[in-house]
Design a protein around this ligand. Structure first.
Ligand code: ADP
Length: 627
């Protein structure tokens, strides 16, 4: 029989497939099963109105048969089948199949062979694992069956055959193993079972396979040496109805929990399960989970952000990043939309309008769920915030603060007065009438912040202070700048916006000589010395002037030691403190001692601010010399 040639573009693709070095060869099974399922869909549809089909929905199935000895894998369906023309058109030329798109994209990416895996490459993908493919098929309602055969790019043959019933049988002669590739795996029943579970679990028709199992022989059951025998059992490999396609009311939370832990291989239970079904411009269902614990690799490169993407129950992408914004990267789940085609690449997806709309909806949905959790289930929200709050703060800071409006109401900080996590909105609602700013203070721990002299005045006024103990906290507030028209103010700022306080009444006229003396003694180490308005019981503190805070200085110097980032230091003196008074006294009687006092007080201010001493041993010598 004369061989017919593939169309030229098909030939190229076939070549690619056959010689593919692509590691995801396994997707061929998904492609063949999806084709079988589509074919069954078509006949099933006809059967609704045509009694002659003689089958109802429960009769349809896809069978997989692996014959290890002969290296043959068969995939059979009782779907609509193909006639001669269809065989030629569908399998003889790529242009009629979704694979055409693949080829077009391939042209622009000659050397990126890996993109093969991002595509649904259809029937031809079977050539990645098979050296010869036979398709026996008979179209529903026709008399003659046909056999299509091909060993690859050199062409194909079509001949008539006897076939009892409508449907298609795809017979793959699996390639021999090579040094690099093990093709045997595609003949192993457990591997095949695993592939069906992974890619085709939610195909609506049963995918059946004869599984060889082992059991104790009945007659040796009670003996000391039981003997085993092999037997065959037909199993349905797929679960058929995806949990996200079922109505929420019909699914127990335990089922969702089980699905979550099996699918995403985690031990924790989801803190929140979000089920959504949208119909309209795009139609999709999504099942999303907010984990209750931070995955151990969450802040590493290993952690992959994304949702599983299905098209009508067929997995098309394991981890579709485009579906989740960075700030909600902790969310896990699946999205299923019939509007997406199987034959879609990662590159194409990025520009897919449907996908974009789905992603936007999902982002809104997650945000609303978190908001309602915050309002109605505070305990769980705090649990969530402890696990992923840092991610939300990163979200505020990143992209030049683009997402801050969206995220600000979800933030929480530990409060000095409430002694627990509070939201910004709660803070603002509680603010005192005359209070100008939302105050925050930065430090390693709540206790360290409490000990900061700079917070003394704020506390004595009864003002609430938000504790920034996470390294991203201060950046977050700096990025927000204002919340409900109130600006943020660091406790270490020189100007706290507090008028008429007690310290302010201090007679500053006398202090100028003291301030000049201290400035001259310390020189460039500080930019200014001032009489403090905020110190109550402590002698000194440092405040930062200008845009750079001490926390920013510390942060930048830790990530980039030679950054040269330095906050402008303002040394505040508590003029009524005895140590300061003593220093003032010595200016007249013992100038050297007064200078030492100034140095010591400066070093103390550095220590309190959590900044490193320039020369610790010099400092201790200094203290000793005074003692
Ligand atoms: P795609 O499925 O993306 O269209 P394929 O290369 O996988 O591309 O298949 C080409 C066409 O061949 C299908 O669209 C379908 O019409 C036909 N086909 C493939 N497998 C079967 C099958 N098992 N039964 C009936 N038709 C099939």
């Amino acid at each position: 029989m004369a061989k017919k040639q593939f169309k030229s573009e098909s030939k190229r693709l076939l070549d690619l497939m056959i010689n593919s070095i692509y590691t995801h060869k396994e997707i061929f099974l998904r492609e063949l099963i999806s084709n079988a399922s589509d074919a069954i869909d078509k006949l099933c549809f006809i059967s609704l109105t045509d009694d002659k089909v003689g089958m109802d929905r429960s009769d349809f199935k896809i069978c997989i048969n692996a014959d290890k000895d002969n290296r043959v894998l068969k995939i059979t369906d009782n779907g609509i089948g193909m006639n001669k023309d269809e065989l030629e058109n569908n399998l003889g030329t790529i242009a009629s199949s979704g694979s055409y798109k693949f080829k077009q994209d391939m042209d622009s990416k000659q050397d990126d062979i890996d993109i093969i895996g991002q595509f649904g490459v259809g029937f031809y993908s079977a050539f990645m694992v098979a050296k010869k493919i036979t398709v026996n098929t008979k179209k529903y309602g026709e008399e003659t069956g046909y056999c299509w055969q091909s060993s690859g790019a050199d062409g194909y043959t079509v001949k008539e055959i006897e076939k009892d019933s409508a449907g298609t049988e795809i017979i793959l002669e699996i390639k021999d193993n090579t040094d690099e590739e093990n093709y045997d795996e595609f003949l192993e029943q457990y591997r095949l079972q695993g592939l069906v579970k992974k890619y085709s679990d939610y195909i609506r028709y049963p995918i059946m396979m004869d599984m060889t199992k082992s059991r104790v022989k009945e007659e040796t059951k009670d003996s000391d040496k039981p003997e085993y025998e092999e037997y065959t059992e037909t199993e349905t490999l797929n679960s058929m109805v995806p949990i996200w396609q079922r109505r929420k009311q019909e699914v127990e939370q335990e089922e969702y929990d089980k699905f979550y832990s099996e699918k995403f291989m985690t031990m924790d239970k989801p803190l929140k399960t979000i089920v959504t079904s949208v119909e309209g411009v795009v139609t999709y269902k999504a099942l999303l989970f907010i984990p209750s614990a931070t995955p151990y690799d969450y802040y590493t490169k290993e952690y992959k952000k994304g949702l599983q993407l299905y098209s009508s129950g067929v997995l098309i992408m394991d981890c579709c990043e485009e579906l989740l914004p960075e700030h909600f990267r902790f969310v896990k789940g699946v999205v299923d939309s019939a509007d997406l085609s199987l034959n879609i690449s990662r590159e194409m997806l990025q520009h897919d309008r449907h996908l974009l709309t789905i992603a936007q909806n999902i982002e809104k949905k997650i945000k609303n769920e978190l908001n309602s959790m915050l309002a109605n289930d505070r305990e769980n929200y705090e649990k969530f915030f402890n696990a992923f709050g840092r991610q939300l703060k990163y979200g505020v800071v990143s992209d030049y603060g683009m997402h801050k409006q969206e995220l600000q109401d979800l933030l929480m900080f530990y409060s000095s007065t409430e002694k627990k996590l509070v939201t910004l909105s709660e803070y603002v609602d509680r603010m005192k009438e005359e209070q100008k700013y939302i105050y925050f203070a930065t430090g390693d721990s709540a206790a360290a912040i409490d000990a900061l002299p700079q917070t003394e005045l704020l506390r004595s006024k009864g003002y609430e202070i938000l504790y920034c103990t996470d390294d991203v906290d201060e950046f977050t507030l700096q990025t927000l700048m204002v919340y409900k028209e109130k600006s943020f103010c660091s406790a270490t700022n020189e100007d706290l916006g507090i008028e008429n306080d007690e310290a302010n009444k201090e007679d500053k006229g006398d202090s100028s000589a003291l301030l000049t003396f201290v400035k001259e003694t310390l020189g460039d180490k500080i930019s200014e010395v001032v009489a403090s308005k905020k110190l109550v019981s402590h002698p000194v503190c440092l405040t930062a002037k200008g845009g750079i805070s001490f926390e920013m200085e510390k942060y930048f110097n830790s990530v980039q030691p030679d950054s040269g980032m330095k906050a402008q230091r303002v040394l505040e003196l508590n003029l009524s403190h005895s140590a300061v008074k003593a220093m003032e006294g010595f200016i007249q009687t013992d100038i050297d001692r007064a200078k030492k006092y100034a140095e010591v007080l400066y070093c103390q201010a550095l220590l309190i601010a959590g900044l490193p001493l320039e020369n610790p041993s010099e400092y201790t010598d200094l203290v000793c010399s005074i003692m």
